[in-house]
Write a protein that binds this ligand. Sequence first.
Ligand code: ZN
Length: 456
Amino acid sequence: MDDLISKLRAALGDRGVLAGDDARDAAAQTWSRLGVPLGILRPASTAEVSAALKIAHAAGAAVVPWGGRTGLVDGAQAEGALALSLERMTAIEEIDVEASTLTVQAGCPLQTACEAVEARHLLLPLDLGSRGSATIGGTISTNAGGNRVLRYGMMRDMVLGLEAVLADGTVVTALNGLIKNNAGYDIKQLFIGSEGTLGVVTRAVLRLRPQALSQDVALLGVERFDDLPRLLRHLERRLGGTLSAFEVMWKSFHDLVTTEPAKGRPLLSGDYPYYVLVETLGADPAADAERLEAALAEAAELDLIADAVFARSETQAKAIWALRDDVAQVARDGPILTFDVSLKISAMETYVAELEAALQTRCPGTRLVVFGHLGDGNLHLIVSLRDRDARAAIEEIVYGLVRAQQGSISAEHGIGLQKRDYLGWTRNPAEIAVMRTLKTALDPKNILNPGKVLAG
Ligand code: ZN
């Protein structure tokens, strides 16, 4: 063990390796369950990542890649393993305005990358609550989604090329900057969304979009679930591709974020079963605002919405988004379980009703809070955990109903450790066999994030 750490120190320098109490303290500073790593590796370059993996591979030591460590499925849990943090690889290497691409190192925080790009009047459209902590490498490894998937897709849709280091230290540089490149297998896809189990992403080329010149936001009150998909389709038809968010808050969520100790307050005068945050991003401030207002007026005439407030300033737009972003409130009354499921919109109302009934039968008094990216078919479910022993039973209820609807147990958070045992509820045996074939081919010693996604 000491021999392994000293070899790593020789390759990465003293700053590049934290061990013993230093590693324990660093791992204890975050809210994620990271365990106690054997050591924390902090390479400063791709060459150092490669050197570290070569040493770990020869020793058969497990390596857990770390990004911002704010994932929600224990994908960075590193008990007894070497954690490999990309925190010293944060450089923004190039913003190519003509080509509209960003070349960046994996440890760069998402928000830092977004701000650098904005300064050049471009947009990196990935947007999520953990933008300040999440890193480019972490969001690639987890194929992060977030608030604007409806318009711009998930992280996978923004990655043009990347560089990754394989378990044995081999560097695969595939920093493609072309939008179209059909020359053989698209290798980058192996590393996007595979949660650090097939390679460590070290650099990426991301596709940028023009910065929006207008942002319009409204909060709507809706009386019937059936009106939600109709409203979504109506807005998509009327807004000519500018619709960038369609976020739905069930009353249970809206109540939490508009009552003490939350800072938010209701922005609509009535009380509704569903609240919808609608956002458009466009290029013509006056015309875009008018078009959204007209589309909403039509929606009211069609009886799809019961009430609406239209943000007249950036401050008001921020106040609406702040309600949706105040996800921390869901944990204020004690232990919770969080779920992130994908369903057809047509299945959602039945799903939520059946879930509520099944939870009350199994664990009376359980609170279910629902919100999500409805435009993407993605619901976030928060279930209060009154009895810790009920965890497995609740998971089986949530995932069992997802399975019955042929949905997915993870829309955007990934599998990590938390959902691993349920992978077979959402992927068939042939799919899982291909995953295992890939894992064995690229990491035959099973050292990269072992036990995550697939059981070891
Ligand atoms: Zn989300």
